[in-house]
Every structure is written in structure tokens, then in C-alpha cells.
Design a binder for this molecule. Structure first.
Ligand code: M6R
Length: 359
């Protein structure tokens, strides 16, 4: 039930702080220790490579998860689009472990990969919002997202829940394997900060609505740019804008623009820079300025401690590994208001279904 909300998507965006708190409640014991099945940790610890598989937004959540696993656990982790992996399988390591990300647990492309994984008797984990879904039943292990039903076609709270659960899992696995980086990472505390930060962003909807009216409502195309983890979020931000507002949007590695794509920038093209990482903030800013010099309308989504005069959307500060949980929220809202402003059916965009059960 949407209650007073005009669309499920807005309700689901607003539920994200509560979902973060629920994940903390479900995944930590009274001593603040992550609660993850020991058999799962044992199986993962025995792997020499983690393979994350997903489609659409779940694939994008995997891109963030891979960075978290590599940082906290130190195990090589790659991320694959399920429809590609199923038919163009990369050369695998000797002891692979597979993580399937799927809100619905029913995505046919991902299931196709799981069938193959099971044929080879490789261990697997499905992280899903739907208990007893196909991908959950067929994988060796399951962890739930606890995000509550997601009705809008555009996935929002499942993306942030997937990243949060990946972070908890990486913390638990890293500690199990005695990795200092995991021991030092207080994911429970950080997820509390994230929940508060999300709340302050969802309380500032007016800013996102105004920016969308001014810069996105009439454009045919737009760019989100960033580096590293900010680039990964750019892909998700662009997908949100594409699928519900029909703006042709591209998420792009900011440093790669000058190698060709900057040719697309015209007077008035919106380019939104996501800037949350100390090491790359200056570089992304200068890439954004390069687009401005070609006439773009440059906008910024910036972690507060990196903010400068003129920045548009400021994000509360959290650990650098978890900034995607905050930077995606304004992007979700920008997509929402752009779609709403065009009078589109936000929850049911054309040509799309909530769960894609064909290959
Ligand atoms: O249920 P899944 O997470 O497996 O679904 C995967 C994609 O179909 C899904 O994330 C899709 O990209 C969303 N509509 C994006 O908002």
C-alpha cells in the first residue's frame, strides 16, 4: 500500500533509512558482532576468487560490493552481468565462489548462470529480497535483504540494501580470515551514520526537485561522471534516469571523457559529477570543468568534507567505502522528479517489467 505517497518509488526511496537500521538489527548480535552463518564464511574463505553475478541495478550493487570485498577481505573479486556470463564465460580461477545478487531472486539470466555453477558443484550464495525465490532455493546459501517488498520497477532500496549486506558480509568474512582492514571497519556504526545521512537527504527533496526542473526536465541527454566507486554509482544513477524519465543518460568514468565522449557535450548538456573520494575529488572536478568549458551545465553531488562554493548537493560524511549508499539517493530523487515532471508513470515505465523472467 502506497499510503499517502503518489508513487511506490518515492515511498521506497524514503524507506531506505529504515532498511539500513533493519539490516543492522538483523545482522548484528548484542555485542556488535556480525551474525553470518559459519559454514558460509568457511566456504567463502576457501575460495581464491569471488565472482559476483547480477543484472541491472543488482549488477551495479555488485560493482560496489567488489570494491568492498577487495578492500576488507583482500580476495580478488570480479563482477559480471549475468546475461553475458551465461553465454561468454570468462576463464575461472581454481576455487571460485559465486555471489548472486537479485532483488526478486527470479531473474532468468542470473538463474542460467546458477544452473551452470551447480552443474560444476561450485559453492554459491544468493543475496535476495525474496526468501524461497528460485535463486535462493538453488544456491548453496542465502542471505536476505530485509528491504520489504519493492513494487516500483525502478529499484532503489534493494540497491542500497544489497550494498549494506555486502559490507556486513565482507566485514564478517574479513574478520573470520583475520584481516586487519576488516577488523578496523566498524560497519555497524557506519550503517547508523548512513541511515541518518539518508534521512537528511530524503528530507531535502526540494533541492532535487528544483535541480530536476531546471536542468533535467527538458534535456534529451545527460551524463553522470565520477572515478572509482563514484563511477560505479554513476552507472546506477544514469540507469535510474533512463528507465523512468527516458532521458538518454550515460554513467561515465570522468577521466575517460577526453578520450572521445566529450565530443557529445553541447551547450546545456547536464553533466553531474559524483565526488566522494579524497584521492580523486580534484581530478573529477577538473574533468567536470572541462565539460563546462564546452558549455555543459555542470552539477555536483559531493561529500561534505570535500565541498566547495557552488556545489549543488552535499552528502553527510561516512566511510569512503560506503558513500554510494548516500550518493545514489539524490540520483534516485532526480530521476523521480524528472519522470514526475514529465507526467510519466513513475512506477511502471514503458517496455519494462519488475522481474525479468526471460533470457
Ligand atoms: O530482481 P533482480 O535484482 O534480479 O533484477 C535485476 C534487474 O532486472 C533490475 O535491477 C532492473 O535493472 C531494475 N529495473 C533497475 O531499476
Amino acid at each position: 500500500d502506497k499510503g499517502a505517497y503518489p508513487y511506490y518509488m518515492l515511498k521506497e526511496i524514503d524507506e531506505q533509512p529504515a532498511v539500513m537500521r533493519k539490516i543492522v538489527q538483523k545482522y548484528f548480535d548484542e555485542n556488535g558482532q556480525p551474525k553470518i552463518d559459519e559454514d558460509l564464511l568457511k566456504s567463502m574463505a576457501a575460495a581464491d576468487h569471488l565472482y559476483i553475478v547480477g543484472a541491472g541495478t543488482s549488477y551495479h550493487a555488485g560493482l560496489i560490493g567488489a570494491r568492498i570485498f577487495e578492500k576488507l577481505v583482500g580476495v580478488p573479486t570480479s563482477v559480471h552481468i549475468s546475461s553475458e556470463f551465461a553465454y561468454e564465460q570468462p576463464l575461472l580461477s581454481k576455487k571460485p565462489f559465486f555471489i548472486f545478487l537479485s532483488q526478486s531472486g527470479e531473474t532468468a539470466d542470473s538463474r542460467e548462470v546458477l544452473v551452470h555453477v551447480n552443474e560444476n558443484k561450485w559453492p554459491s550464495l544468493t543475496i535476495t529480497n525474496v526468501d524461497k525465490s528460485t535463486l535462493s532455493r538453488e544456491a548453496t546459501f542465502t542471505e536476505l535483504l530485509y528491504a520489504g517488498p519493492e513494487i516500483a520497477v525502478a529499484s532503489t532500496k534493494a540497491y542500497t540494501a544489497q550494498i549494506a549486506v555486502e559490507a556486513v558480509l565482507a566485514k564478517a568474512l574479513g574478520e573470520y580470515m583475520d584481516k586487519p582492514a576488516a577488523r578496523e571497519f566498524d560497519v555497524k556504526h557506519q550503517l547508523g551514520l548512513v541511515a541518518n545521512g539518508m534521512q537528511s537527504l530524503t528530507d531535502s527533496k526540494g533541492i532535487m526537485k528544483d535541480l530536476s526542473d531546471k536542468y533535467l526536465s527538458k534535456t534529451r541527454n545527460a551524463f553522470y561522471i565520477g572515478r572509482g566507486i563514484d563511477w560505479s554509482v554513476s552507472l546506477e544513477a544514469a540507469l535510474k534516469l533512463k528507465e523512468i524519465s527516458y532521458v538518454q543518460a550515460e554513467g561515465f568514468a570522468s577521466g575517460e571523457l577526453k578520450h572521445g565522449t566529450i565530443a557529445l557535450i553541447e551547450k546545456g548538456t547536464p553533466v553531474i559529477g559524483i565526488i566522494t573520494q579524497d584521492r580523486t575529488a580534484g581530478l573529477t572536478r577538473s574533468n567536470l570543468e572541462e565539460t563546462q568549458a564546452r558549455g555543459s551545465n555542470a552539477l555536483t553531488i559531493v561529500s561534505r568534507h570535500l565541498a566547495q562554493d557552488g556545489d549543488n548537493i552535499l552528502l553527510p560524511d561516512v566511510d569512503e567505502l560506503l558513500t554510494p549508499l548516500l550518493s545514489v539517493v539524490p540520483a534516485q530523487l532526480l530521476a523521480y522528479y524528472t519522470s514526475l515532471g514529465k507526467g510519466l508513470d513513475v512506477d511502471k515505465p514503458r517496455n519494462l517489467a519488475k522481474s525479468v523472467t526471460v533470457q
